[in-house]
Structure formats: structure tokens, C-alpha cells
Design a protein around this ligand. Structure first.
Ligand SMILES: *Cc1c(COP(=O)(O)O)cnc(C)c1O
Length: 368
């Protein structure tokens, strides 16, 4: 049996949706983008939103819109996809890495507090793996220190923390519609905000420094972050499948948790009670030191199962050598999580017998 790490949940319905753009002959940002935008805002619980080309550029756009630039520091967890930090670097600001919680892999508030300086402009909590950062703590820390908040919610569309949507807490928040995210448009990103001024700034930045197309007078400097209606058509179809995707992913998660609950040497990380709905982005497992995640993954690969490691700690990234000059914090939980973490195959179309096969393979390995 071969079990891939991920497969997008698309079929001929998305294909038909693409065709409909050609039938009305509108392929650039247009009526479908408008409708997709409205539905995403509703799902998140935010007032305004704009598209970007992908999640990385959505972060860049969001950071620029709240005024982050050269000389500023932005605090980001040491344990996240590298795009979170690179978007900060792209604005000319400096990413400062703080540690995560061991239990839920989200931003550690005490560690975040300890790296605030007079240059700190913003905090970027990242909602990882279908869990959510503790946004009560993040927002109060930001308020106490007069800092802005940009949520990297690339993996968190539809997830709620204490009844409020991920992406509706910060000054801005961003989403990604890459193929392995909860819904996909192939590539794509979204920035949302509840602040009218920030929204206006986003509009200028994404559309060549003007609010509407068709005019060649540009009050501000801006760029092109537009999407296409072809992508929006796929997105709208994906949103129709949203509840089905959420149900399937949760069901997979439950089966994994049940099958491995008494297995010594490995645990499936569970969401905190404040997270509801929980939408597993990955099924994340942690092994004991003796089990060695590297050896298990090697064994699973031989059996045709595609796993992924956890994120490599950002402070150890070869590309961040210069950014690390002067940063002294020890990110112990980030390192430990990387060493002991495994992402198991998890996607909406995963079958019961495939999960059984994965779990049996793990048990086989752990039994020696
Ligand atoms: C996917 C992802 C991004 C980047 O999104 P792209 O659309 O791939 O550019 C940023 N942050 C996190 C946490 C992600 O998972």
C-alpha cells in the first residue's frame, strides 16, 4: 500500500467551475473573486479582505499595510513555516524568534514577552497544525506593550479560539490557499482586517497605488497582488465542500487517536478545549526520545508511507545566520519538538484502511 502525505480534495466540480469563467469570458479578478472574498470574510468573522497571490505575499502585504518596515522588529515563533519569517525580512524589518509551548506547539507568551525591545513593532502569532495560538494572551500582551498583531492563519481557516475566528483578532491576519491548506485555489492568499484605514492601505498596495483599476493617476506607490477569477471559481467550489472537508479531517484524526491511544512510545497531540471547531491541518505525533522520529520515518518510508518532519527551528536555519546575530534566546521547546515530531498522512480523502495501515506500521516498528 502507498499512502501519500497529502492530496488536495478537488475533482471535476472544480473543473466545471473553471469552465464557467470561460463561458462568461471573465478570467481576471472579477465577479467570482468578489463573491469568494465575501464568503471568506464571513467564515473568518472579519469586515474587510483582499486577495494576494499566495500566503507568503499575503503576509508581506499585511505587514506593509500596518506599517512594518526597516528598523522594526517583529516577534515570530521559532517553530513555523519559514515563510512567516521571510515575509518579515522582505519588508526590511527583522524577525525575532521566540519559543513555543511544548504541549500545543503554539507561540509561548512568556518567551514572546522576554524578547520585546524598544524596536518591537508587532507580534506574529502563527496558528499551527489545526490548533490555535492563545489569542487572549497574545492580544493582552500586545495591548500592554502597544504592539500591533498580525496573525499568520495560513493553516487556520474556519478554526475558532474561544468562539472567535482565527484571523479576526489581530490588526491584520493572513490565509493561504496552497494545495495542502484546508481549502485550495492552487496558489492564493488572503489578508483580512476589521480596520477601515488598514483596509484602504491594503487596496492601494495591492493595486498599483490606486483604489480602482482603469485610472492612471496613482496617489500612492503600490504593486500587483491580484488573483484571478479562475482561482476564485475553484475557491468557491472548495467552500461548498468546507463542512465535508472538516468532517473528514476530524474523523481521520479521531481514528488515528483511537488506534494509537494505548501505544507506548508515540502520542497524537490533541487540541486544547478552547479550540472549536478544530480542523486538523496535519495529524501531528510526538515520539519519546528512545523511539527516534528519524528511524520511524525511515521505516514508514520503506513501507510506502509518506511522512513529514516538523518545522526545522528557524534560529538554526542556515539562511538566518545573519539575522541571528545578537539573538541569544534558547528555543528549547522548538528544538525538542523538531527532534520528536512526525506529521502523519492526513487529508480529506484518506481512507480508514490507509489509517489502519499507517498505525499498524508504527506499532510494528515500536514493537521492534
Ligand atoms: C503555507 C503557509 C504559509 C505560506 O503560504 P503560501 O501560500 O505557501 O505562500 C505561511 N505560513 C504558514 C504557517 C503556512 O502554513
Amino acid at each position: 500500500m502507498k499512502v501519500p502525505q497529502f492530496m488536495p480534495y478537488v475533482d471535476m466540480e472544480e473543473w466545471e467551475a473553471i469552465k464557467s469563467c470561460f463561458e462568461i469570458n471573465w478570467i481576471t479578478e472579477g465577479p467570482k473573486s468578489k463573491e469568494f472574498n465575501k464568503q471568506i470574510c464571513e467564515k473568518v468573522g472579519c469586515k474587510y479582505g483582499v486577495f494576494a497571490n499566495n500566503g507568503t505575499l499575503a503576509l508581506y502585504l499585511g505587514l506593509r499595510a500596518i506599517g512594518v518596515g526597516p528598523g522594526d522588529e517583529v516577534i515570530v515563533p521559532d517553530f513555523t513555516f519559514i515563510a512567516s519569517a521571510n515575509a518579515i525580512e522582505m519588508t526590511g524589518a527583522k524577525p525575532i524568534f521566540c519559543d513555543i509551548n511544548k504541549d500545543d506547539l503554539q507561540i509561548n507568551i512568556e518567551s514572546c514577552r522576554s524578547v520585546i525591545t524598544k524596536n518591537t513593532k508587532a507580534i506574529m502569532p502563527v496558528h499551527l497544525y489545526g490548533f490555535a495560538a492563545n489569542m487572549d494572551d497574545v492580544m493582552s500582551l500586545a495591548k500592554e506593550n502597544n504592539l500591533l498583531v498580525i496573525e499568520d492563519a495560513a493553516q487556520a481557516l474556519g478554526i475558532k479560539w474561544n468562539g472567535k475566528g482565527c484571523g479576526s483578532f489581530g490588526d491584520v491576519a493572513t490565509f493561504s490557499f496552497f494545495a495542502d491548506k484546508t481549502i485550495t485555489t492552487g496558489e492564493g492568499g488572503f489578508v483580512c482586517t476589521n480596520d477601515e484605514k488598514i483596509y484602504e492601505k491594503l487596496l492601494y498596495l495591492r493595486n498599483q497605488g490606486r483604489i480602482n483599476r482603469g485610472s492612471f493617476v496613482h496617489p500612492e506607490i503600490g504593486y500587483n497582488f491580484r488573483m484571478t477569477d479562475i482561482q476564485a471559481a475553484i475557491g468557491l467550489k472548495q467552500l461548498e465542500k468546507f463542512d465535508d472537508i472538516v468532517y473528514r479531517k476530524n474523523n481521520n484524526f479521531k481514528i488515528y487517536s483511537e488506534l494509537l491511544k494505548d501505544t507506548e512510545g508515540i502520542e497524537i497531540l490533541q487540541p486544547r478545549s478552547e479550540i472549536n471547531p478544530f480542523i486538523p491541518f496535519r495529524v501531528v505525533a510526538r515520539v519519546t526520545e528512545e523511539s527516534s522520529s528519524e528511524n520511524i520515518m525511515e521505516y514508514m518510508k520503506e513501507k510506502g508511507i509518506e511522512t513529514r518532519t516538523f518545522f526545522y527551528p528557524l534560529h538554526m536555519q542556515p539562511c538566518f545566520k545573519e539575522i541571528m546575530v545578537g539573538q541569544k534566546l534558547k528555543q528549547e521547546n522548538s528544538i525538542d519538538s523538531y527532534n520528536r515530531g512526525i506529521c502523519l498522512p492526513s487529508f480529506a480523502a484518506l481512507k480508514h484502511e490507509e489509517i489502519e495501515y499507517v498505525c499498524n506500521t508504527i506499532k510494528e516498528y515500536l514493537a521492534g
